[in-house]
Write a protein that binds this ligand. Structure first.
Ligand code: SAH
Length: 388
């Protein structure tokens, strides 16, 4: 593992002044703010769009087809800044994690995982922290919680593109091909911003990651599930983890609000499901809790009639958790039941565990702390997880 701390970067400029991350309408408004006539604002915004999201420029001076005078007035009023990266880490397996700063004491993590999806996937956060308190998830133990704006979500993708040196957008040999909303937070509690971010990320004239390669994962906010599909066309993932209400109430307390019956009614109403557009079910393997063969068979019964894929996630430990990961033989036997029922290769290899970048390990401090203290805390956490 390697850790870099960058203490030299300034805090981000006020969000209103930063054009990087805005949607098309936001950019149009900004053009009007910079003195562009209203009837030309859309055209100018489209020009800027390409520079920001296709070329990834951070300097108005590089926008050679924009009149010099306008470039001048844009650079007086606006910036094209990335949020500061308060920590960057690389795992021994190539997974990379960035701790992105969004303001005083407000940070969220995003994780690039090579060899996932078509070439590599970025796991993005939709909130700082999470309100759901799933009992096996580290993020739920974090105090500060707020929604990220659409621009703040888009900026995670831009930060990753910068680090992977993937500007301008190319259609060949990309390393970042897929996006999963499986970082911190519950995306369906921040649906409007997630929808706007998806529009920007998916736009073919810019970052251009197709909706078919963007997966939004939810713990099961049933009333919002069909709406997500209608508004975005994204792929759906459900954090299931249990096959009966009693156990799911305990693992994913949101189940008390929307039980399995209501959840599955909502899933069945997700638009356009088919064998080529399947729902991904995530199932964390917890030793002695949800890993019997009877539960594997219950899972097969529960998914009947829903075009599905299953991801078995070996539990990733974190400091202070009461759970353990199921034994490997147990996971394989569980997988075998699913395989025989027609579900292929469902065990997800843990990635980036050494830097606490694996599923459910994300948690930002988001309280006042000096960078040196943060580093010390991280190293202590790492040691604790290596021992656990
Ligand atoms: N709130 C959304 C998005 C988070 S996705 C959701 O719940 O779907 C993160 C995924 O990692 C979820 O499936 C979550 O249940 C799973 N997860 C959480 N903690 C984990 C852990 N310690 N080990 C393995 N998977 C975990």
């Amino acid at each position: 593992m390697s850790v870099e701390l960058d203490l030299s970067r300034k805090p981000a400029a006020p969000v209103a002044a930063n054009l990087a991350g805005l949607g098309r309408e936001g950019l149009r408004q900004a053009m009007i703010g910079a003195g562009v006539e209203e009837k030309k604002a859309r055209m100018r915004a489209n020009q800027l769009w390409r520079w920001i999201y296709h070329y990834g420029v951070t300097d108005f001076a590089k926008m050679t087809d924009v009149a010099k005078e306008l470039r001048g007035s844009l650079s007086e009023k606006f910036v094209l800044e990335r949020p500061p990266i308060n920590m960057a880490q690389t795992s021994v397996d190539g997974t990379r994690k960035w701790l992105v700063g969004y303001g005083p004491n407000t940070e969220a993590e995003c994780v690039y995982i090579p060899d996932v999806g078509k070439a590599g996937a970025l796991c993005v956060s939709s909130q700082v922290g999470c309100t759901l308190t799933c009992s096996f998830c580290h993020t739920g133990t974090q105090k500060l919680v707020r929604n990220l704006s659409a621009a703040e979500i888009v900026n995670q993708v831009m930060v990753a593109r910068d680090a992977l040196e993937e500007w301008p957008t190319s259609n060949e040999d990309r390393r970042l091909t897929n996006i999963v909303f499986m970082g911190m937070g519950e995306p369906l509690y921040n649906l409007d911003n997630v929808v706007e971010a998806l529009e920007t990320i998916g736009d073919g004239d810019g970052i251009s990651i197709s909706k078919r390669r963007i997966t939004v994962s939810t713990a099961g906010v049933a009333p919002k599930i069909p709406e997500l599909g209608k508004r975005t066309g994204a792929m759906l993932a459900i954090s299931l983890h249990a096959t009966n209400d009693d156990l799911r109430d305990e693992l994913v307390p949101l189940n008390k609000k929307y039980d399995l019956k209501e959840l599955f009614d909502a899933i069945r109403a997700y638009p356009d499901l088919s064998n080529s557009k399947r729902v991904t079910f995530e199932y964390v393997m917890l030793k002695g809790i949800n890993d019997t063969l009877a539960e594997a068979r219950d899972l097969v019964r529960l998914l009947k009639g829903v075009p599905s894929k299953i991801n078995l996630i070996p539990f990733n430990p974190w400091p202070g958790t009461k759970y353990e990961c199921s034994d490997w033989e147990t996971i394989e036997a569980f997988a075998e039941v699913l395989n025989r029922a027609g579900y292929a290769s469902p065990i997800r290899t843990p990635r980036g565990r050494d830097i606490l970048a694996a599923c459910g390990q994300l948690r930002s401090e988001s309280v006042k702390q000096k960078a040196s203290e943060r580093l010390a805390a991280r190293l202590a956490e790492k040691e604790a997880s290596a021992e656990g």
